[in-house]
Design a protein around this ligand. Structure first.
Ligand code: 5GP
Length: 145
């Protein structure tokens, strides 16, 4: 997939927004959804997406929707750092397959990084559902507490 193209409403994040596919939700409002990455690169890897914008990447999205996403990215990054105490945190976003993009609905990655662990940008395996559930509960408590 190149940078150009049409938005596919069947992409997995569009399905999640519609409620047709499940996710471990961390935050949701009218415009923005945040949830755990199903194939986490690290403990706490989260994603933040616009809900009402059919944007494939940063070139497509309208600035207002992007601002709303970034507000949530900043808040969730703070919560992840407070709760999980990583040694660093990566906020990343890929545009086009050659840049590493695999899902073509704009999304921001928040990846807590821990000293001694690698910096892989794609994880090889799915997270353990029980672990993801526990992590979701822990983060929700911090977010809403
Ligand atoms: P990209 O490589 O496009 O920047 O990131 C897409 C991300 O979506 C990857 O980190 C991948 O693990 C994650 N992902 C793919 N399918 C699903 C899914 O069904 N649910 C969730 N929560 N994350 C997914």
């Amino acid at each position: 997939m190149s940078l150009q193209g049409t938005y596919d409403p069947q992409n997995i994040f569009a399905q999640i927004i519609r409620g047709d596919a499940p996710c471990y939700t961390l935050y949701e409002d009218e415009d923005v959804l945040a949830f755990l990455d199903l194939f986490p690169q690290s403990y706490g890897h989260s994603l933040v997406i616009p809900k009402r914008s059919a944007a494939r990447n940063i070139l497509d999205v309208d600035p207002e929707a992007l601002c709303k996403v970034m507000r949530v990215v900043q808040r969730l990054t703070a919560v992840l750092v407070e709760e999980l105490q990583p040694d660093g945190v990566q906020v990343a976003q890929f545009n086009g397959a050659p840049a590493g993009q695999t899902v073509f609905h704009l999304h921001m990655h928040i990846v807590p990084r821990y000293s001694g662990q690698g910096l892989a940008i794609h994880a090889a395996q799915k997270g353990d559902p029980l672990e993801l559930e526990k992590l979701q509960a822990r983060l929700l408590q911090r977010l809403n507490g």
